[in-house]
Design a protein around this ligand. Structure first.
Ligand SMILES: [Zn+2]
Length: 194
């Protein structure tokens, strides 16, 4: 079964999409497709310009366009895939060694990542609590497919060297063993993901 966006009222769809993503995620959804296992959102970046990651100079001259695919948090047990049309820019600074750079999507993800930051955080939470193998099993079951090796690699990048030993916890234990804080406000999760 496939459902495409032309069959849904535009205002309803736009309101729904806006509410599901961060306010400053600058992209416009142009098409939605849903199968029994996956929701695919196609969209285009609406950022007015790029910003060179090396010299921070704003840039508006477009070199080329390409499609970037990101996995996002699941919706009602379905995998969610973002397929976004983004740009490569010419750096406007003639002294900058980075002549061309890819558009960044800071509200959604990190450079070269294949998952959104919020999906990465969810995987880290599960991996920290359950470890690689059990964590990956639960992630797959919850429509966030990842292998154990990748989950462990992400934890290492986030600064987790040792996982807690699984045991039965009391309430006091739970309070004192709260997971590390790697969400967007800072902490060890600043490292990039694959
Ligand atoms: Zn530059």
């Amino acid at each position: 079964m496939k459902i495409s966006s032309p069959h849904l009222p535009n205002d309803l769809l736009e309101g729904l999409i806006k509410g599901l993503f961060p306010e400053d995620a600058c992209f416009q959804v142009t098409h939605i497709e849903m199968t029994s296992e996956e929701v695919t959102l196609e969209g285009t970046s609406t950022q007015p310009e790029g910003c060179c990651p090396l010299c921070s100079e704003p840039a508006s001259r477009v070199h080329s366009r390409y499609e970037r695919t990101l996995q996002d948090l699941p919706w009602s047990g379905k995998r969610v895939r973002l397929s976004l049309h983004v740009r490569r820019f010419f750096c406007a600074n003639p002294c900058c060694p980075r002549q061309i750079f890819a558009e960044r999507l800071p509200a959604l993800t990190e450079a070269q990542a294949r998952r959104t930051s919020r999906l990465r955080d969810a995987l880290l939470d599960i991996g920290w609590a359950l470890g690689g193998e059990a964590g990956a099993r639960l992630c797959r079951k919850q429509a966030m497919p990842v292998c154990a090796a990748t989950l462990l690699a992400q934890l290492r990048r986030a600064g987790v060297d040792e996982l807690p030993t699984p045991r039965v916890l009391g309430v006091d234990d739970w309070i004192s063993t709260e997971a590390p804080h790697w969400h967007s406000s800072g902490g060890p999760g600043a490292a990039s993901t694959n």
